[in-house]
Design a protein around this ligand. Structure first.
Ligand code: GH3
Ligand code: MG
Ligand code: MG
Ligand code: MG
Ligand code: MG
Length: 303
């Protein structure tokens, strides 16, 4: 990604001097300029920058209005802004810092100081970006089952808490399918635990490829899977479960597992229906349907 800086000042001479100074140190790939806050804001909307240097006193839109506008925009408020102020403008510096600027450079500026201050802001920005990425990774990790890569039970519960009320509000149906691999213990006993794991990841990958974009598939327990199906009525949910059941039955395995056929029993529950008016009842109902599927011979869908 090319790095870019935006210099906003109503004086073309000041803009030129700043850009020349930064160019000498090749701190950025792109140097853009704007003559006032409005132009500057438009430039950022078109394409964000890694750093903004902004004059305070400008016609049309001054630096303070520009800062306020940036703070109000989700995609812009994390871009560091260094103010350009007069040497004696202590009040303005304080106001600017309070309104979201991260530093200031006084005019007429000293080239060495300008470069040093810009470097500090780029360093902070790099750290912030790294922190954001590692937070995203951490969230991803804490939501994911390590063996299968499906969502884990924690994320499953969180998704239900979020999506179920949303569906109720929108007057949409909402379904849940709970599947449990049949006689899985026997697979482990016959082929070993590692091969058992391989069966789990193969089934999980199949489920992941079967679901739609807004469905959430989770590993609910050892060899139990749950699929959240928003905006899905009872008939559609049963249809989905049947496709899942048939698909698992048709999976083929390689290596030592080769002749193996795996089957899955599935219970389905849907909101709205007479007994189901809460997340708890939805889960319990899917679980009871799964129990019936087991009792009625396995490799079945019940609702
Ligand atoms: P049923 O048809 O009634 O579901 O029978 P089952 O054998 O599948 O059910 P049971 O609950 O008796 O056994 C589930 C087994 O799944 C027992 C447990 O050792 C195994 N298991 C749980 N988690 C894992 C795992 O992560 N890897 C492997 N390989 N096995 C697991
Ligand atoms: Mg000015
Ligand atoms: Mg089980
Ligand atoms: Mg069991
Ligand atoms: Mg089982």
């Amino acid at each position: 990604m090319p790095t870019s800086v935006l210099v906003i000042d109503d004086s073309e001479m000041v803009r030129d001097q700043i850009i020349q100074t930064l160019r000498k140190c090749t701190l950025f790939d792109q140097y853009r300029e704007a003559g006032d806050g409005i132009e500057g804001f438009k430039a950022l909307i078109t394409e964000p920058a890694d750093l903004v240097l902004c004059d305070l006193e400008m016609p049309r839109m001054d630096g303070f209005k520009f800062l306020a506008l940036m703070q109000s925009q989700k995609g812009l408020k994390d871009i560091p802004v260094i103010m350009l102020t007069g040497r004696e403008d202590t009040e303005l510096k304080i106001r600017g810092l309070e309104q979201g600027a991260c530093d200031y450079v006084t005019k007429p500026f000293d080239a060495g100081e300008l470069v040093a201050r810009v470097k500090v802001q780029l360093k902070i920005k790099a750290l912030q970006d790294a922190l954001k990425r590692s937070n995203e990774l951490l969230t991803e990790l804490s939501n994911t089952d390590p063996l299968t890569g499906l969502s884990n039970r924690r994320y499953f519960a969180e998704t239900l808490e979020r999506e179920f009320p949303r569906s109720v509000r929108k007057n949409e149906s909402f379904s849940l399918a709970m599947g449990d691999i049949d006689y899985f213990k026997k697979i482990n006993d016959t082929y070993g635990h590692q091969e058992g794991d391989m069966v789990l990841t193969t089934v999980a990958t199949f489920i992941r490829n079967l679901i739609r974009r807004y469905d959430v598939a989770a590993r609910y327990g050892g060899e139990e899977f749950a699929v959240i199906l928003p905006d899905t009525d009872a008939a559609q949910a049963i249809q989905f479960a049947e496709r899942l059941r048939k698909g698992v039955e048709a999976l083929t395995f390689s290596g030592r597992l080769q002749p193996l056929t795996v089957t899955i029993s599935i219970g389905v529950a849907t909101f709205p229906s007479p007994q189901i008016d809460s997340i708890d009842k939805l889960v319990r109902s899917a679980d009871e349907a799964l129990y019936r599927a087991k009792k009625n011979g396995r490799n079945r869908v019940e609702s």
